[in-house]
Design a protein around this ligand. Structure first.
Ligand SMILES: Nc1nc(O)c(N)c(N[C@@H]2O[C@H](COP(=O)(O)O)[C@@H](O)[C@H]2O)n1
Length: 150
């Protein structure tokens, strides 16, 4: 059965959202959520990226990251999927309970049911790309093959 997630408040899969309070250590810094890291990478190596890292919530980090008052890095469209892959993998490697939950989803399809997001989610009408769901399934496959080797 397809697994849908969106709000962090929904159990058990709300923790699959990038807004969930599961931090990651990346590039020598601690990021309170994947969303903080992802949004900051739009302005990598600028003081604005540090401002995003210090945002009190993922929602505020996303608002800062979506502002176009500060110039977006020129290669963002080319790098954004890999930025997301790295952060999502790090999250599930860092938090064993989340890794277990992800592996327990087996081969089920995972879908970010974000009504306003037709790229990372499926959008309101279900026609979106579901790139975050696809990345979660890629990460699941990677973690599964690693756990079979050891
Ligand atoms: N909770 C939530 N609210 C939204 O409005 C969303 N668009 C999403 N999806 C997440 O948004 C992040 C990327 O946004 P931008 O590319 O910067 O617009 C990413 O974490 C999606 O999973 N979630």
């Amino acid at each position: 059965m397809t697994i849908y997630f969106y709000s962090t408040r929904e159990n058990p899969y709300g923790c699959f959202s990038n807004f969930s309070r599961h931090g990651v250590l990346l590039d020598g810094k601690w990021w309170p959520t994947v969303e903080h890291f992802f949004q900051a990478q739009k302005f990598v190596n600028t003081p604005y990226a540090d401002r995003i890292r210090e945002a009190p919530s993922a929602k505020q980090a996303a608002e800062l990251g979506r502002s176009r008052e500060v110039p977006l890095r020129p290669d963002w469209e080319e790098v954004k999927d890999d930025v997301m892959r790295r952060a999502v993998l790090c999250k599930f490697e860092t938090h064993p309970k989340l890794k277990k939950l992800l592996l327990e989803t087996g081969d089920e399809e995972i879908v970010e049911n974000a009504p306003g997001d037709y790229y990372w989610g499926i959008g309101r009408d279900g026609s979106g790309k579901n790139m975050l769901g696809i990345i979660l399934m890629e990460v699941r496959e990677k973690l599964r093959s690693e756990s079979e080797v050891h």
